[in-house]
Design a protein around this ligand. Structure first.
Ligand SMILES: C[S@@+](CC[C@H](N)C(=O)[O-])C[C@H]1O[C@@H](n2cnc3c(N)ncnc32)[C@H](O)[C@@H]1O
Length: 189
């Protein structure tokens, strides 16, 4: 009986000391920074196949707006020799990305930074899963900064002027948002 009460107290304490604060941090962070929907496993596998097809020798990959690192960590498992940089301006998301990185021993480079201040001149591949309104500004930055031949893959949202060389539909049956998790492949000219 005493043992059961002890377990119950530990659970209650755990809830108030760990679960509740984490929940509040995530809720507040989502309110301030917006959603952080991760790339699905299916789209991650499609992305890895795109990399093998268009940039099999890629060394430096950027996940611009990496959130809690879901895509970066999974891709590192599939392509361990690629140096992956995950950039996000949310301190809470980068904290959890780094925590998972340590636990899973993946060696992804997570950085808390504004993607518009990140130097991308050394990138071989750039990936984004961002809100539509950020895309025109990002398109301009990539046009100015990327070296010729850099592969850029956008998930769901797309650029205005750049023309994709391939469109990979990963969820053909979702009709409400027809471009949901569609990967668009661009090559910097
Ligand atoms: C949909 S999530 C992307 C998730 C991740 N790329 C994945 O596929 O698992 C978009 C992320 O972009 C981040 N973000 C939006 N604007 C940003 C900016 N200017 N600089 C850095 N990160 C930004 C948000 O904080 C959010 O976590």
């Amino acid at each position: 009986m005493i043992f059961l009460i002890y377990i119950l107290l530990v659970l209650i304490l755990g809830f108030f000391v760990v679960v509740l604060p984490l929940f509040l941090v995530f809720a507040l962070d989502s309110l301030i920074r917006g959603h952080d929907l991760p790339t699905s496993r299916r789209a991650t596998r499609a992305l890895a196949a795109i990399l093998q097809k268009y940039k099999p020798d890629a060394k430096i990959f950027y996940d611009l707006g990496c959130a809690r690192g879901a895509l970066s960590l999974r891709l590192k498992k599939i392509l361990p020799r690629v140096d992956i940089y995950g950039i996000d301006n949310s301190a809470a998301r980068i904290f959890f990305a780094n925590l998972k990185n340590k636990i899973l021993r993946r060696k992804v480079n997570f950085q808390k930074q504004d993607i518009f201040k990140t130097d991308l001149s050394n990138a071989d591949v750039v990936y984004t899963y961002l809100w539509y309104d950020l895309m025109p500004m990002l398109e301009k930055k990539l046009q100015k900064e990327l070296k010729q031949g850099t592969v850029v893959i956008t998930n769901t949202s797309h650029f205005q002027d750049w023309q994709p060389i391939e469109k990979v539909v990963t969820y053909p049956k979702v009709s409400k948002t027809p471009d949901f998790e569609t990967l668009l492949v661009y090559i910097k000219k």
